[in-house]
Design a protein around this ligand. Structure first.
Ligand code: UT7
Length: 332
């Protein structure tokens, strides 16, 4: 166990202004507000409109906001990692693009793609740079422009996803608070149920793949739902057990926002009441890598130093996991 602990010492999030409501979706596909609300908990999601704007542009808003909040200069940042499934381009890494746009020079920066678990996987990766003493300040941005890979004719997927994300700053903890424990898992056999069929090396983009809509998200929702409920609840309960925590010890569950029913099942399994669950799926839908930092940003002022919070996610791969954090600061 490392002697240095990594702690989140700041958070900032950003989502685009345009609100795509369930009512507007009713005009695009055969659906209705009641079905979407009941089956997912989502009322609206944000969409990044505008030619030439991508994930990096949302990242720039979040990272600049974070630097300002923490009174830091771009030159203070040693490393910036990006968790995304919708990079600006296949390469180079969106992290390098954000650094360039923000003015972070000569820092280590790269992307990690672990679908909806990307933010928690990347947070743990970033923490290791702090714990080993290699870097002093690391930023993790998690965010996605899911609208860029959405088929707005497919009512089973387009109702769920939205655009947005957030960034956290990691520094060495000065006390016992910080990232305490993590359980991170994958099972590649799950890929058949949630993936993007074309645009990668197996099936490069072509006129035929675009005509067939194979650049959009493909999801077998029912199967993904089943695995998500079991696995996200299991790891969340497991991390409590192995750290000898009961529901009373938990200040907040910070779940990936994919479907309110998955979140409810996880909270039930942990024995945690709704008042301790960060939930903003109704406003943003599933922003993939953006959901957890968007929650942390919204709840930041309510978090207290020493609070036990559990981050939990499930997504494509399959990938899933949970992280136990002792929150490191009070917001002034
Ligand atoms: O974030 C990463 C991982 N992703 C997830 O965790 C998502 C997991 N899956 C889900 O959240 C849910 O499976 C969905 C929200 C995607 C779908 O909900 P469901 O309750 O599993 O619905 P279903 O796919 O079983 O469909 C039930 C019915 C079907 O009609 P029939 O065949 O029973 O007549 C669908 O055609 O609901 C129909 N349906 C809709 N009806 C109105 C599917 N989508 C819609 C819609 N509006 N948007």
């Amino acid at each position: 166990m490392s002697l240095i602990k990594a702690a989140i010492t700041g958070v900032h999030a950003w989502a685009p202004d345009y609100i795509l409501t369930n009512k507007e979706l009713e005009t695009l596909i055969d659906t209705n507000d009641e079905w979407i609300t009941e089956r997912t908990g989502i009322k609206e999601r944000r969409i990044l409109k505008g030619e030439g704007l991508g994930t990096s542009d949302m990242g720039v808003m979040a990272v600049n906001g974070l630097l300002k909040k923490k009174n830091l200069q771009p030159s203070d940042i040693d490393c910036l990692l990006v968790a995304t499934t919708t990079p600006d381009m296949q390469f180079p890494a969106t992290a390098t693009i954000i650094c360039d746009k923000v003015g972070i020079k000569n820092a280590l920066s790269y992307d990690i793609n672990a679908a909806c678990s990307g933010f928690i996987f990347t947070l743990v990766t970033a923490a290791k740079f702090i714990e080993t003493g290699m870097y002093k300040r690391v930023i993790v941005y998690g965010g996605d422009k899911m609208s860029s890979i959405m088929d707005y004719k497919d009512r089973a997927t387009c109702i769920i996803f939205g655009d947005g994300g957030g960034a956290v700053l990691l520094e060495a903890s000065t006390d016992e608070n910080g990232i305490i424990d993590a359980i991170l898992r994958t099972d590649g056999a799950g890929r058949e149920f949630l993936h993007q069929k074309a645009g990668g090396s197996v099936k490069p983009a072509s006129h035929a793949t675009v005509d067939a809509g194979e650049h959009y998200v493909y999801q077998e929702g029912k199967t993904v739902f089943k695995f998500a409920v079991t696995n996200m609840a299991d790891v969340s309960a497991e991390i409590m057990e192995r750290n000898h925590l009961t529901a009373d010890d938990i200040a907040y569950l910070v779940p990936h926002q994919a479907n309110k029913r998955i979140i409810d099942a996880t909270a039930n399994r942990m024995g945690v009441g709704a008042d301790k669950v960060m939930l903003n799926i109704q406003k943003y839908g599933n922003t993939t890598n953006g959901t957890i930092p968007l929650c942390l940003h919204e709840w930041e002022s309510r978090l207290k130093k020493g609070d036990n919070i559990i981050l939990a996610a499930f997504g494509g791969g399959f990938s899933w996991g949970s992280i136990l954090i002792k929150w490191a600061y009070d917001t002034k």
